[in-house]
Ligand binder design. Structure first.
Ligand code: NDP
Length: 246
């Protein structure tokens, strides 16, 4: 039997990158998966079709993680379509990297609204539809602990917030039989951080394995945390970073 047979899941930011790999992996483990996107309708529709062609089921919902009402509506729609939300993966996130003095309050608010506030809203709203055995998996970043170059202050602050949120929330959710964990990737090849992009020259020498991670490697860890064998892991921040030193 597949590890996530009869399970339902919601992945925020699932149209591309790490989120899309997570959607595909959860489906391959037997889950039915809803995912959100903000503007990538073409990618989202293509992913739904790709999954349908393999016999799986996914649904795509447009919802900006910066917009609390949109997230709540997406979660209500997911629960109506799937009947429950057994697994929530808070993946949607953006990066703003620029000299500290140049960061505007608008950029700060946008990043925090997506990376932190949106995660709070999605978690609180999903819990209405999650029972004993539920799983919340937040995608943080190894940058909450390490930042190898200047310009990453607000991104690191947002991921450190995810780390603290996860640790503390496990106290609230433990008595409900729901686990919450923070998966912290190091450099992973996506549109956000291409392996031949502007950060790669600085990042690769900091990685023990000498290469970027793949989205499938992150998705594999998410599938493990979502599955029955990870029942005793909660409140943890877990790195998947190739030995990133930063
Ligand atoms: P990408 O930019 O490749 O993909 C981002 C995904 O999130 C897309 O599906 C995008 O949808 C969606 N998204 C972006 N903004 C919003 C929003 N406001 N509301 C809803 N969905 C949104 O990013 P990655 O896959 O690289 O990153 C995913 C997560 O992993 C992020 O939280 C990031 O911080 C974290 N991470 C990434 C690392 C890396 O090296 N790549 C390292 C450590 C952490 P659309 O297609 O509509 O734009």
């Amino acid at each position: 039997m597949k590890t996530l047979e009869n399970k339902t899941a919601l992945v925020t930011g699932g149209s591309r990158g790490i989120g899309a790999a997570i959607v595909k992996r959860l489906v391959s483990e037997g889950a039915v998966v809803a995912f959100t996107y903000v503007s990538g309708k073409t990618d989202a529709d293509a992913l739904v079709q790709e999954i349908a062609a393999t016999g799986g089921k996914a649904i795509a919902i447009q919802a900006d993680s910066a917009d609390a009402a949109a997230i709540t509506a997406a979660i209500t729609a997911t629960a109506a379509a799937l009947g429950s939300i057994d697994i929530l993966v808070n993946n949607a996130g953006i990066g703003t990297f620029k000299p500290f003095a140049d960061i505007t309050i608008e950029e700060y608010d946008k990043l925090m609204n997506i990376n932190v506030r949106g995660l709070f809203v999605a978690t609180q709203a999903s819990l209405k539809y999650m029972g004993h055995g539920g799983r919340i998996i937040n995608i943080g970043s190894t940058n909450s602990d390490r930042m190898p170059f200047a310009g990453g202050s607000i991104y690191a602050a947002s991921k450190a917030a995810v780390q603290g949120f996860t640790t503390a929330l496990s106290r609230d959710l433990g008595p409900l039989g729901i686990t919450v964990n923070n998966l912290q990737p190091g450099p992973v090849h996506t549109d956000l951080n291409p392996k031949d992009g502007p950060f790669a020259e600085v990042l690769i020498p900091q990685i023990s394995l000498g290469r970027y991670g793949t989205t499938d490697e992150v998705a594999s860890f998410v599938a493990y945390l979502a599955g029955p064998e990870a029942a005793y892991i909660t409140g943890a921040s877990l790195n998947i970073d190739g030995g990133f030193k930063g």
